[in-house]
Design a protein around this ligand. Structure first.
Ligand code: MN
Length: 217
């Protein structure tokens, strides 16, 4: 009897443990009503009778983004915040552009696996497993690479020309935790003593990094 019950628990865990992405939808469409005052997990649906093609459309990824910034890269989103019709659908895209030498610095997506397709250029990409193993490769135009959900990853343009990718996510809003900015540019600040102990360096070094990563006023 106990064995049967244990088997039942395993079966239950298999069924409920297999949902590793956004929750499944309960209706055809749920176009986000950004103006709704009610807060839910995602966005409230607007009346389906008022849905239009524009709710499911974006031209935002057609052109390269400007990469003249600190890291020499720009992520242009096509997620539920840009395309209201993506609400509850569990997918989204982004375009990432890289200047020569540009980097999309180490970061994680708490809610999605990412798959990139190289539009142009050559990129050194990689992710680090929870066992601290670096999985990395150089990829070029037409090639695809995958960054598993939640793992720290990066893309670096070591090439002489610009590079760009289209990134797909199994979430309507993948979320991004930029490791450097999270630790050194949070508001309020992460205390210096937390960072000096963590990185085993002095306060001067921590303050130097903080000042360089601080948002430009
Ligand atoms: Mn990413």
């Amino acid at each position: 009897m106990a064995a049967v019950f244990a088997l039942f628990l395993v079966a239950l865990a298999t069924v409920f443990g297999s949902s590793a992405a956004d929750p499944d939808m309960l209706q055809d469409i749920c176009v986000a009503d950004y103006a709704a005052g009610v807060k839910v997990n995602g966005f409230v649906c607007k009346d389906a009778a008022n849905a239009t093609a524009e709710d499911f459309f974006s031209a935002g990824l057609a052109k390269p983004g400007l990469t003249n910034n600190t890291f020499g890269s720009l992520v242009t989103a096509a997620n539920v915040q840009k395309i209201p019709g993506l609400n509850t659908l569990g997918v989204s895209l982004a375009r990432i552009d890289y200047a020569p030498g540009g980097i999309n610095p180490p970061h994680t997506h708490p809610r999605a696996t990412e798959i990139v397709y190289v539009l142009e250029g050559v990129l050194d990409v990689g992710f680090i497993t929870t066992a601290n193993k670096l999985i990395s490769k150089t990829i070029q135009k037409g090639e695809v690479f995958v960054f598993p959900k939640g793992l720290v990853h990066f893309q670096n343009n070591n090439g002489k020309g610009p590079a760009s990718v289209i990134a797909g996510f199994n979430s309507q809003l993948q979320g991004t935790v930029n490791i450097a900015l999270t630790l050194f540019a949070a508001t309020p600040e992460v205390p210096d003593h937390v960072l000096t102990k963590t990185f085993m360096v002095g306060t001067k070094m921590v303050d130097k990094i903080k000042s360089r990563l601080a948002p430009k006023a």
